[in-house]
Structure formats: structure tokens, C-alpha cells
Write a protein that binds this ligand. Structure first.
Ligand code: 13P
Length: 255
């Protein structure tokens, strides 16, 4: 059985006050949601305040990134211990914006995954191809490199404590979603990569989210696909009603 995990990645949006307000709205709207794991990822600055808002609710707290060292001279960075202390459950790692603008590599993704897991938090490992890569037939080689890089050295037990987010870069923030079939095909391929590393039963237990212009209008179709186990939501997560419009269809699913 896999859990449906729907996470809102707020990216660099919302002040602390706005974050507290939106978190409160999500908590209220999600109070009867049981079958789906719901998480929200505000900016670092708002995490501690939002932690207070989600405490005791069924909404989990996620961070948007982390550094792999415990502490030290890494200006601008935040460590896993700091996230753990305030009650973070999930950490988004290897987002395409991190890879594109801030030099994230498969090797740094792997270091972050290990660090986060060592403190009992769950990494949401982001992978996905650019449009050029897809057009030039590199979809499978890119996903293979990203998955093998992220999971390098992880045991089957470690792998069971991960979530993957397949986010085709061309679908992020563009309004262009992968079709249900395109997304399912990529997800099935990724699950196959996990099966090759860890066997079918482990692969069948790891939740693989879809991300990229997911919204209430297209969520049900995507979530109904056999290998799509939730979503990592950007723009549509910035309002409680559109976010919950994605969460709700997941309630009826079991995978
Ligand atoms: P959008 O939903 O805005 O396309 O963003 C997706 C994303 O990058 C989530 O991490």
C-alpha cells in the first residue's frame, strides 16, 4: 500500500504573516482529510511560525531545501538539525529550480537525502527532464541518472523512507501539464528503476508524486493513474481552496 502525498511547495512566496494565514486556512480545510498525507512547504523564514499553526493538525510541515552539513561557515544555508528542531517532517530536495539556478547536482542531492534521513525526516526527491532532454530522446537516461544518483548508497529500508516527485521541468509554472498518459509512463519508468535497485515490493511501496501545473481541473485524472501517488504543487498551493481541490480527489484512492 502506498500513501497518497499531496504537498504544497510555496517557493519564494508569502510573507510570514501571509504564510501563517494560509497555513491556518489549509489546516481548517484539511481537518477531515484522512486517507491523504497533506504537507505544506513555506519559506525557511516562515517555517517556525507555520510549525505552530500546523501543530496537532493533520497537516505536515515541509522545508524547501536543506544543507548537508550540521553547522558552520555556509552563509545563507539551513541545516537538517535546525529543521528537525522545529518539527519539519518532509524536506524537498533537488527541485529543478535548485538544480537550474543554484548548482544542485545528483551528488549534493544524495548528501542531503542521507542527512535528512539520519534525523528521521522524509526527503521528497525531485527529478524530471527539461523539454530539450525530452525532445532529444533523453527522458529515460536523465531519470535513470537522477534516481541512481539520489539513491546511491541507500539501503532498501532507507528507500522505503523516501518520496519521489516527478516534475517535468517544462510543466513547472507553465500551465502546460503532462498528459495523464505521459505522466503515467514516466512514473512507471521511475518505479521500474526503483524495482531494479530494490526489488518490486519496495518499489511498490514508495510514493511517487507528480508535479508541474497540477490544479483542481487536472488532478483527478493524474491521480487516477496507477503509478501517480500524489502531487507536489506550486502555484495552485498558494490558495487553500485550489490546494484542497487537489487534495480531495485523492481521498477516494488507494494504491
Ligand atoms: P507549479 O505547480 O507552479 O507548476 O509548480 C510545480 C512545482 O515546481 C512544485 O515543486
Amino acid at each position: 500500500m502506498r500513501k497518497i502525498v499531496i504537498a504544497g511547495n510555496w517557493k519564494m512566496n508569502k510573507t510570514v504573516a501571509e504564510s501563517v494565514k494560509l497555513a491556518g486556512e489549509v489546516v481548517a480545510a484539511a481537518k477531515d482529510i484522512k486517507a491523504v498525507t497533506v504537507a505544506i512547504a513555506p519559506t525557511y523564514l516562515a517555517l517556525a511560525k507555520v510549525a505552530e499553526v500546523v501543530a496537532g493538525s493533520n497537516v505536515k510541515l515541509a522545508a524547501q531545501d536543506v544543507h548537508w552539513e550540521n553547522q558552520g561557515a555556509f552563509t545563507g544555508k539551513v541545516s537538517a538539525d535546525m529543521l528537525k528542531e522545529i518539527g519539519v517532517d518532509f524536506v524537498i530536495i533537488g527541485h529543478s529550480e535548485q538544480r537550474t539556478y543554484f548548482g544542485e547536482t545528483d551528488a549534493t542531492v544524495n548528501k542531503k537525502v542521507r542527512k535528512v534521513q539520519s534525523l528521521g525526516m522524509t526527503p521528497i526527491i525531485c527529478i524530471g527532464e527539461t523539454l530539450d532532454e525530452r525532445k532529444s530522446g533523453q527522458l529515460e537516461s536523465v531519470l535513470t541518472r537522477q534516481v541512481n544518483g539520489a539513491y546511491d548508497g541507500l539501503s532498501a529500508d532507507d528507500a522505503l523512507r523516501t518520496v519521489i516527485a516527478y516534475e517535468p521541468v517544462w510543466a513547472i509554472g507553465t500551465g502546460v501539464t503532462a498528459s495523464d498518459d505521459e505522466a503515467q509512463e514516466a512514473h512507471a519508468f521511475v518505479r521500474g528503476l526503483l524495482a531494479a535497485r530494490y526489488g518490486d515490493s519496495v518499489a511498490q511501496s514508495i510514493s511517487i508524486q507528480y508535479g508541474g501545473s497540477m490544479k483542481p481541473e487536472n488532478a483527478a485524472g493524474l491521480l487516477a493513474q496507477k503509478d501517480i501517488d500524489g502531487g507536489l504543487i506550486g502555484g495552485a498551493a498558494l490558495k487553500a481552496d485550489s490546494f484542497l481541490g487537489i487534495v480531495t480527489p485523492g481521498e477516494t484512492l488507494s494504491k
